[in-house]
Ligand binder design. Structure first.
Ligand SMILES: Nc1ncnc2c1ncn2[C@@H]1O[C@H](COP(=O)(O)OP(=O)(O)O)[C@@H](O)[C@H]1O
Ligand SMILES: [Mg+2]
Length: 372
């Protein structure tokens, strides 16, 4: 039963997703939006169930939660059940959240967080150390040299890159491309690592990973295994999956988290003007968690955001990306994608802490993202 549950709510390998799609193809009566009701036992005997992700009990540091002063097995268990499975996760928690999760007092939780931060050496540091850390940031190629140049050598780890643009501008194709490129060796556009893909719109297609891997002569089976995927069903689920992703990243050697898209559930769930503040607060917290995860795991976080094109829709400027000023302050790199003539796309770097504004033109082909 647990496996079925994991399939429904958890993260699975892209090849499992492929298997599911094949099952669906074999039963023509099932429509795409009925995917969730698939009989998961269909492929429990296959490869897919072996790939169910076990969440690790340790973070990158290797320090165990029970090594923290005041955390015995009982508290550790409660914290783990609430998602705090590593010293890293505890170090960046807020005292009230941790207190509630562990059924402990806030004074105790503050002490535990402080101890976790000391163990991990989190706190103020001098700029030279920060520069050293930034030098360890990796770059992921987009498949297009023009785009890579725009990004100063590719998408950077330790930070969030937001791609916003209208429907069919190429945001999802880029997500697939990055999930393939991350697996390439260092020096060949990748980081010899894996990807975690959180899909909120049901547009993840393992076939596209295979298409994009082929031109590089990569083994499609391996490429699929190196992408773990989950469908997020609402904003709370999305947040939970992203937190899980950050926790399992070290164990999976994941250096890329895709969140496609960050705003769709929030947009659907918070519809009235009166709900704006609550939505923005939740989004803000969500993005800050992603940011911390990106830094701790030396990971690139790629998030997409669909621009509203309906003038009657939503709050404020109808051409502005959803999420407005909250999103604007968290992602370090923000890009605006738009369609041009034919299959041409223009990517505009709107905001970056260390790169000049600029534009690059690329195209989406069967093989993936390419220069024009
Ligand atoms: N197999 C393919 N071959 C060529 N182009 C493709 C293929 N699959 C998707 N595309 C291109 O990608 C577009 C969809 O882009 P997508 O990334 O899904 O947009 P967004 O996520 O911004 O809404 C399609 O309109 C098409 O131009
Ligand atoms: Mg999309």
């Amino acid at each position: 039963m647990r496996q079925v549950h994991d399939h429904v709510l958890g993260i699975e390998c892209a090849d499992g997703r492929q298997a599911m799609r094949e099952v669906l193809r074999m039963s023509p009566k099932k429509k795409a939006d009925e995917e969730e009701t698939v009989d998961y036992e269909d492929f429990e005997e296959g490869e897919a169930d072996k790939e169910i992700v076990e969440l690790g009990t340790e973070g990158e540091s290797g320090i165990e939660v029970t090594d923290l002063p005041g955390v015995g097995p009982a508290i550790a268990k409660r914290l783990s059940e609430a998602g705090y499975r590593s010293v890293e996760a505890i170090a960046v928690a807020s005292p009230s959240e941790l207190a509630a999760a562990g059924s402990i007092g806030e004074t105790t939780s503050t002490k535990i967080i402080k101890a976790a931060r000391e163990m991990l050496d989190i706190g103020f540091e001098t700029a030279d150390l920060l520069l050293e850390r930034r030098k360890t940031a990796g770059r992921i190629s987009t498949g297009s040299t023009a785009l890579d140049e725009l990004f100063g050598g590719g998408l950077e780890t330790q930070s969030i890159t937001e791609m916003y643009g209208s429907f069919r501008s190429g945001k999802t194709q880029m997500a697939h491309q990055l999930a393939v490129m991350i697996q390439r060796p260092e020096g060949e556009g990748g980081l010899d690592a894996t990807a975690i893909y959180v899909d909120t719109e049901g547009t993840f297609r393992p076939e596209r990973l295979v298409d994009m891997a082929e031109p590089y002569g990569m083994d499609p089976k391996k490429v699929l295994k190196n992408v773990v995927w989950a469908r997020a069903y609402n904003s709370d689920h999305q947040i939970l999956l992203c937190d899980q992703a950050m926790e399992m990243a070290p164990e999976k050697n994941a250096k890329l988290l895709v969140l496609d898209s960050v705003t769709s559930h929030f947009r659907a769930e918070y519809t009235g003007r009166g709900t704006l503040a609550a939505r923005q607060q939740k989004l803000n917290k969500h993005l800050h968690h992603l940011q911390r995860g990106a830094e701790i795991n030396n990971m690139a976080v790629y998030i997409t955001n669909q621009v509203m094109s309906r003038p009657d829709a939503f709050f404020g400027d109808p051409t502005a990306p959803v999420g407005g000023h909250v999103l604007a302050h968290v992602p370090q790199t923000r890009c605006y994608l738009r369609k041009s003539k034919g299959e041409r796309r223009i990517c505009r770097l709107v905001d970056s802490p260390n790169l000049p504004e600029g534009e690059a033109v690329f195209t989406v082909t069967k093989d993936g993202i390419r220069d024009v």
